[in-house]
Ligand binder design. Structure first.
Ligand SMILES: C[S@@+](CC[C@H](N)C(=O)[O-])C[C@H]1O[C@@H](n2cnc3c(N)ncnc32)[C@H](O)[C@@H]1O
Length: 275
């Protein structure tokens, strides 16, 4: 589970430290969400949960006037340090309550939509920040079992850590898989005032890597031991056990190297609606 307090604290810091890894993992599914907005030239676009800014930059390059909103000061600091950062308005606040003076033509979010502790209130509030008919485009994960960035590390670590520690992550409540079920997010959005709610499955391979090591398997192991479901369960584990997990991950990732990266299947939703 990761809610507001995780993102303002430890989880936000870990992601900021590994910001180089985000685009590799989230980019393939997220590209569908940017495409779904169509021509954004001249439009005022809110990038919800913008993190280190990858999609805010992409939307800016596509001609939008972008506001990047995030609750993590650590991630926004990374975003603000990028070359094109001065072309973007950055807002450090909780999206569930930040009031904007001028409404938006479009609301975009790449994997930043499913962390609200009170989602009904948050999505009603976000709806109120939009022009009538403004577009919504959200990408999020489908169930964990379809996502190799979760399953491959958990299965590899199971002989070392046991079944309980390597159980699949929860699909309910705030967290990366909180919007895995359309029967959850579609009524949530409709009740918050969004219309024409539609969604499409987006299944694409993605790269898991962080750091500069020339060996792609070393970069993938570094990533999953710091970020994601397995990483959160390794925090209490002693150094010897960690080393055995790293060895098991190395074996599991070695056959998955393609073009200099470990690639795993990912499965997401691209959700669209209108305000
Ligand atoms: C998985 S990350 C995705 C980051 C970014 N969209 C990307 O694709 O690289 C989720 C993001 O949502 C942000 N977030 C979570 N809850 C939030 C809230 N209540 N208000 C604003 N941002 C939030 C986190 O700080 C984090 O940057």
């Amino acid at each position: 589970m990761s809610g507001l307090e995780d993102w303002t604290g430890r989880v936000g810091r870990e992601w900021a430290d590994k910001a180089d890894a985000m685009d590799g993992l989230l980019g393939p599914v997220g590209a569908a969400g940017i495409d779904a907005l169509g021509d954004v030239r001249g439009q005022r676009v809110l990038d919800l949960g913008c993190g280190a800014g990858d999609t805010a930059f992409a939307l800016t390059v596509a001609g939008a006037q972008v506001t990047g909103l995030d609750v993590s000061g650590d991630l926004l600091a990374v975003a603000r340090g990028q070359d094109t950062a001065q072309r973007i308005e950055w807002v450090h606040d909780d999206a569930a309550r930040h009031e904007f003076d001028v409404p938006f033509d479009a609301l975009h979010s790449r994997c930043g939509a499913m962390f609200f502790d009170a989602p009904e209130q948050a999505w009603g509030h976000l709806h109120a920040q939009m022009k009538p008919g403004g577009k919504l485009s959200v990408t999020c994960w489908r169930e964990a079992a379809l996502n190799g960035w979760v399953t491959v590390p958990l299965v590899a670590a199971r002989p070392v850590l046991g079944k309980d520690v390597t159980r699949p992550p929860s699909l309910s409540g705030p967290g990366p898989f909180g919007w895995a079920d359309p029967d959850y997010f579609a009524p949530l959005l409709r009740d918050a005032g969004w219309q024409d709610v539609e969604w499409q499955a987006v299944d694409r391979p993605a790269r898991i890597a962080t750091g500069n090591d020339p060996d792609p398997v070393v970069r993938a192991v570094a990533f999953v031991m710091r970020i994601g479901t397995l990483a959160s369960r390794l925090r209490q584990v002693d150094p010897d056990t960690r080393a055995r997990v790293a060895a098991a991950l190395t074996d599991a990732f070695s056959p998955l190297v393609r073009d200099g990266y470990v690639e795993v299947p990912t499965a997401g939703w691209c959700i669209t609606a209108k305000a």
